[in-house]
Design a protein around this ligand. Structure first.
Ligand code: NAD
Ligand code: WQD
Length: 337
């Protein structure tokens, strides 16, 4: 079996990727200390793949504990590094915590990879590195903007560190994946997104409001320069996103090191906040109270992906549409009751 180390594998995107790795014949080894996830994700993975995935409850910043994982479980064919903090607003309040975890854990991992002669890594980046692009859909050669949050800067720093490593170390093989807005859940509803506290992101807020856990959704601004005045994003089903990680690993297996490349992962289709709200109501038939509120600080007006590079090079494209993603997110929310 070809083992793959998956840091943050109990999280939203990580758990779905573990399922797709298992389906593709890999043996995922999860490292997660469950600081932002729950044991039930591991139960859900087991329910889908029919066995318990190997799991180490370890902080990725703990070099000794990580060394132990490498010694016990290695050699690995590659690493997929999801473990990070991701709340934009929180990163403004607690920048040190964000840099320490997001950049620090990558440094620990790269040192271990070097010691164990492992070069292949797939890294979770974000469309946040583009800020508000001048040209839409945005492709990978668009310039990075100054990020609007410390979170965004951690992704830019990690990307640059990985590019620098690939430049300096002939054994490195790096894929940077820039996710747009991941939503939805596994169609089995055995795994999904588990936001802790009040969700920051649109779709978990919608499903929790529809479930009666929140009073009303606030649409952050309807005075943008878009057809209906609300912001536009590229919402991508998490199962599609997970499958891209398998394609990225397979592609790395065909490349001569050193290599480093970057891919957008989106549907290529932009949807406004109000379109998402209306699609949710139409698709589920559930009432969703909402009001229009002021703009949220730091939001860009519109961003959606040109994902043609991932299609041409990795042979990957998103197959599931917004309606399907919202239906799956809702089925998962109902399961959480
Ligand atoms: P998530 O919070 O659900 O998952 C992250 C996982 O990493 C959690 O299970 C958490 O417990 C774990 N973790 C964090 N720090 C750790 C540490 N030091 N040691 C061990 N485990 C640790 O988040 P997600 O949505 O699955 O995001 C995964 C990755 O994708 C992150 O790097 C995130 O920045 C990136 N990303 C997410 C989105 C999004 O909207 N969800 C968009 C773009 C990029
Ligand atoms: C989507 C749209 C909001 C909540 C963030 C990060 C980005 C990436 C994905 C990690 C926006 C509107 C939201 C609400 C609303 N994450 N909204 N009412 O901000 O596009 O991206 O997550 O890398 O880096 O910035 O996602 O889901 O928060 O918002 O009207 O209660 O929904 O204004 O237009 P965002 P989001």
């Amino acid at each position: 079996m070809r083992k793959v180390l998956v840091t943050g594998g109990a999280g939203f995107i990580g758990s779905h990727t573990v399922v797709e790795l298992a389906a593709a014949g890999y043996e995922p080894v999860i490292v997660d200390d469950l600081r932002n996830s729950k044991e039930r994700a591991l139960d859900g993975i087991a329910a889908i793949i029919g066995r318990r995935a190997t799991f180490h409850r370890v902080d990725c910043n703990d070099g000794e504990a990580m060394e132990q994982v490498f010694a016990e479980e290695g050699p690995f064919e590659g690493v997929i590094h999801f473990a990070a903090y991701k709340a934009v607003g929180e990163s403004v309040q607690q920048p040190l915590m964000y840099y320490a975890n997001n950049v620090g854990s990558l440094i620990v991992l790269l040192r271990l990879m070097r010691r164990h002669k492992l070069g292949r890594i797939v890294f979770s980046s974000s469309c946040t590195v583009y800020g508000q692009p001048e040209v839409l859909p945005v492709n990978e050669s668009a310039p990075d903007r100054l990020a609007s949050s410390p979170y965004g800067f951690t992704k830019m720093v990690c990307e640059q560190l990985l590019r620098d490593m690939a430049h300096a170390d002939p054994t490195m093989a790096v894929v940077l994946l820039r996710y747009f807005n991941p939503i939805g859940a596994h169609p089995s509803a055995a795994i999904g997104e588990l936001p802790l506290g009040v969700p920051n992101n649109l779709v978990p807020f919608i499903t929790q409001t529809a479930a009666g856990l929140r009073k009303s959704l606030t649409v952050f601004g309807d005075d943008y320069d878009t057809p209906d005045g609300s912001c536009i994003r590229d919402y991508i089903h998490v199962v599609d996103l997970a499958q891209a990680h398998v394609k990225a690993l397979q592609w790395l297996g065909t490349q001569e090191a050193p290599v480093s490349d970057v891919f957008n992962l989106g549907t290529g289709r932009g949807s406004s906040v109000l379109e998402v709200v209306k699609a949710f109501i139409a698709g589920t038939g559930v009432d969703l109270p909402y009001t229009i509120g002021p703009r949220r600080a730091g939001d860009v007006e519109a961003v959606y992906a040109d994902a043609s590079k991932a299609r041409e090079v990795l042979g990957w494209e998103a197959k599931l549409d917004l309606h399907r993603a919202l239906a799956d997110a809702w089925r998962w929310q109902e399961r959480l009751k």
